[in-house]
Design a protein around this ligand. Structure first.
Ligand code: NDP
Length: 325
């Protein structure tokens, strides 16, 4: 018997309870992983509040972890007891000391990448990869706007885009975060709690606007983001840290310059095994080359997941955070 964070119901951080939990035996095609580190992601907050409903309750939340294979189920090939592995994505269940998980969702870790580093980057880093390749092909000619540029996804996205030679404009919620966004490769940073973002972007781009906006903030930024784009620019709305975006009139896209709009999810971009492997391999590549640094801002005991959620929701975190079982 081990321990896990279990939610009996949706609600505030107090619904995250540290209790006994039996991870069970792996079924066919599964392995049991003993976690060394678990990732903290904003989507965990949506699962906790019920904004994104979980398949059933009670549930162990969490979509990202790294550790060692402890038991291998029937029919699993290519993985052995003791292998260091990591994953990001459904099914939920990462906020546990150990869990069973389908073997086809696991990626073996290169020796130079620690479990803590993996738990801090798999979900946010593979997201950055599909945002830069799948939603819009960012290269040295691209001019992009990244909201929450000192956040988990934002930090990796900005560094990776800058490494490709793109011109990156970031937004941040404080001077301290703006400094971090600059270290992440942003050429310009807008303090979006006080500045007019479209006006600043127009000034910074000589009036033309950016090719693409990566907007993870949602309600507070969505409409202004559209005003930052050049004609036929791409709006990538991939999150809603400030709240859900209400109903939207499509004709606005025509009025603002024949804009494109996408609302993507990592789950679709990595659903096929070959895509999952390609995303992980590219991420390991940029991290191992030093092009992208994974900054672990905070480490919490897994038992204190509720405090980690409070800090994330109150905008106190920067970069990535991990939970330690
Ligand atoms: P972050 O580390 O980016 O944390 C959220 C940040 O958003 C805060 O630190 C804050 O930065 C900013 N923010 C702005 N307004 C608010 C607000 N009202 N409340 C809270 N935060 C606010 O989190 P993640 O990197 O884990 O995730 C970022 C977003 O991307 C989330 O919405 C997440 O769900 C989404 N996501 C989507 C994926 C997909 O495939 N679609 C995959 C991964 C993540 P500041 O103080 O600088 O404003």
């Amino acid at each position: 018997m081990g321990k896990a964070i279990v939610m009996e119901r949706t609600g505030g951080p107090e619904v995250l309870c540290w209790q006994d939990f039996d991870p069970g035996k792996p079924g066919p095609g599964e392995v049991r992983v003993v976690h060394e580190a678990v990732g903290l992601n904003y989507i965990d907050v949506y699962h906790r509040t019920g904004l994104y409903p979980l398949p059933s309750l009670p549930a162990v939340p969490g979509l990202e972890g790294a550790g060692r294979v402890e038991t291998v189920g029937e029919g699993v090939t290519g993985l052995a007891v003791g292998d260091r592995v990591a994953y990001a994505g459904v099914p939920v269940g990462a906020y546990a000391q150990a869990r069973c998980i389908p073997a086809h969702r696991l990626i073996k870790l290169p020796e130079q990448i620690s479990c803590r580093q993996a738990a801090a980057m798999m979900l946010q880093g593979m997201t950055a990869r599909y945002l830069l390749n799948g939603c819009y092909r960012v290269d040295e000619k691209s001019v992009i706007l990244v909201h929450a540029a000192a956040g988990g996804v934002g930090s990796i996205l900005c560094q990776w885009a800058a490494h490709r030679g793109a011109t990156v404009i970031g937004t941040a919620g404080s001077e301290e975060k703006a400094e971090m966004a600059r270290r992440n490769g942003c050429r310009e940073v807008i303090l979006y709690r006080s500045e007019d973002v479209p006006a600043a972007v127009r000034r910074m781009t000589g009036g033309s606007g950016v090719d693409v906006v990566y907007d993870s903030v949602g309600k507070d930024t969505f409409m202004a983001s559209l005003d930052c784009l050049r004609p036929m620019g791409m709006m990538v709305s991939f999150g809603q840290s400030s709240g859900a975006i209400g109903p939207f009139d499509l004709s606005v896209l025509a009025a603002k310059g024949s804009l494109f709009l996408t609302r993507p999810s990592l789950m679709h971009y990595t659903a096929k095994r070959e895509d999952l492997e390609a995303h992980a391999a590219d991420l390991f590549g940029v991290v191992l080359s030093g092009a992208v640094r994974i900054s672990i801002d905070r480490e919490y005991p897994l038992s204190e997941a509720a405090q980690a959620h409070r800090d994330l929701e109150q905008r106190r975190t920067k970069g990535s955070s991990v939970l330690l079982p």
